[in-house]
Design a protein around this ligand. Structure first.
Ligand SMILES: Cc1cc2nc3c(=O)[nH]c(=O)nc-3n(C[C@H](O)[C@H](O)[C@H](O)COP(=O)(O)O)c2cc1C
Length: 190
């Protein structure tokens, strides 16, 4: 059986158009995120959508929180904050806190829906959480773990040199046998 085209086609691209997205599209992306599975159906994801078109202080705060390496994301018509906290989901023995796992599942569901919609959705850890927290009224107990920049495909020629170089770089992945095993962890998947 073939792999899903959305999985194969998705890339963390940086050449985003600044064209605004329809609210219905954004709603579908958010809905897709909430269809992710979660431990005990706790649904620990909290997602804040900040649209560039609002031109409000929120988008500016998000922009200022980005690292300089993520300046390309300032074109994005939509920036999403994915946040959670351990107490919002199962906390089981041996350090099994599922909130972060389930937040990741929601983020992936959103990225696949974005791919399906012909959009780029690029996750980012390169930002300052402290700059975000007060400006966006993020409840103190939540950890803003990941931003996702979303937009229609833009012009890669407008990217700065670094991001332009990586825009069409081939996908790089470890060999399956380095990360998947058969029976026990001493036998790489072959
Ligand atoms: C949690 C997370 C944080 C990331 N942070 C950044 C970031 O701050 N800046 C960036 O340009 N890319 C970031 N990326 C994108 C990754 O570099 C990218 O997903 C990875 O190189 C694999 O490439 P692919 O998504 O195109 O397959 C991040 C991805 C994830 C999942």
């Amino acid at each position: 059986m073939d792999l899903l085209p959305e999985l194969l086609g998705r890339r963390a691209r940086r050449a985003l158009s600044n064209e605004a997205l329809d609210r219905a599209v954004v709603s579908r992306l958010l809905k897709a995120a909430t269809l992710a599975p979660s431990c005990f159906n706790n649904q620990p994801w909290r997602i804040l959508a900040v649209e560039r078109s609002q031109e409000g202080p929120e988008y500016r705060s998000l922009a200022e929180s980005l690292t300089t390496a993520n300046a390309w994301a300032l074109e994005a018509p939509l920036l999403l904050v994915f946040a959670t906290a351990a107490h919002l989901d199962c906390r089981l023995d041996s350090g099994r806190d599922y909130a972060y796992f389930d937040l990741g599942q929601a983020a992936m569901a959103l990225q696949l829906q974005a791919q399906r919609e012909g959009l780029y959705a690029h996750p980012m850890a390169g930002f300052s959480p402290s700059k975000l927290k007060s400006a966006l009224k993020i409840p103190p107990e939540l950890v803003p773990l990941c931003l996702i920049a979303v937009g229609k495909p833009g012009d890669p020629e407008k990217l700065a040199e670094g991001p332009r170089k990586s825009e069409f770089s081939p996908r790089s992945r470890k060999a399956l046998g380095e990360v998947a095993f058969s029976g026990d962890f001493s036998t790489p998947w072959a």
